[in-house]
Ligand binder design. Structure first.
Ligand code: GDP
Ligand code: MG
Length: 242
């Protein structure tokens, strides 16, 4: 029986996507995979289409015309998942920063240990990040502390992008009202789940920076996160979000 869907947003991940899909399916046929590609010029979507012949009815592809951000790619994927029979929905990057070996740990935190949201967390036990330059580690860690402080959420890794959601969480969050697209999207999803009273658990994982392809991180994404968090908190005080 299929238990979950792994959503993988992609933009120019030709060097990673096939290896990742093969890696996941070689150890695990419990889950389906949905790739949400934003018309990657490097042919990522074409590669996925080729693989669909091999992983028939297990591997799915949604293609969007333009690069419109990680957040909206996930919203697209969440809606796709909710129209189907998946009880658990994962967020996962295409670049092997999120180790496929941890999928079952996230899944079990929800399935067996009663979490509604399981976060693959870098900062539960110190800082578990490999290959990131020191300034990026520091920035990410500080960002997480900053968000913890402003929002009051008891979560160490608030910007984490390796997550398993129970279907009910995605059904309750008003996906059309999600505002942010970059790291702030990750924070917003967690904050809304938190406001709705869902149980959020952190599962310690080791995050390894990509060795192939390039990061799509940008200054505007950071800007959005820094100011977006304050805006989100203020709104929540007036009970205008959930
Ligand atoms: N569909 C889609 N995927 C994106 C977009 N931006 C980033 N991604 C994907 O989101 C994941 C995380 O992005 P990445 O560049 O690794 O960010 P970083 O890890 O913060 O440097 C990767 O799988 C990217 O291919 C986008 O605009 N659209
Ligand atoms: Mg990455």
């Amino acid at each position: 029986m299929v238990h979950g869907l792994i959503i993988i947003p992609t933009f120019n991940e030709i060097e990673n996507i096939e290896r990742l899909i093969r890696n996941i399916f070689s150890q695990q046929r419990k889950f389906h995979i949905l790739v949400v590609d934003d018309n990657s010029p490097d042919g990522t979507a074409t590669r996925v289409r080729t693989l669909q012949a091999e992983f028939h009815d297990q591997l799915f592809l949604e293609e969007r015309k333009e690069k419109t951000g990680l957040g909206t790619a996930y919203i697209h994927g969440f809606k796709w998942a909710l129209q189907r029979e998946y009880d658990y929905v994962f967020e996962m990057d295409a670049d092997f920063s999120h180790n496929p070996n941890d999928l079952m740990r996230l899944y079990n935190a929800c399935k067996r240990e009663g979490a509604d949201v399981a976060i693959g967390s870098r900062y539960v036990t110190g800082v578990n990040v490999i290959n990131w330059p020191m300034n990026r580690v520091l920035m990410s860690w500080l960002a997480s502390k900053y968000v913890q402080f402003i929002t009051g959420m008891d979560i160490h890794d608030t910007t984490a992008g390796y997550v398993c959601y129970k279907k009910e969480v995605l059904e309750r969050i008003k996906l059309d009202k999600i505002q942010f697209v970059g790291y702030a999207f990750q924070i917003e999803m967690k904050f809304k789940a938190h406001l709705l009273g869902f149980k959020i658990t952190e599962v310690p994982v080791i995050f390894t920076d990509r060795t192939r392809g390039t990061s799509k991180m940008s200054g505007s994404i950071i800007y959005e996160a820094v100011f977006g968090v304050i805006k989100m908190k203020v709104k929540s005080l007036f009970n205008r979000i959930k």
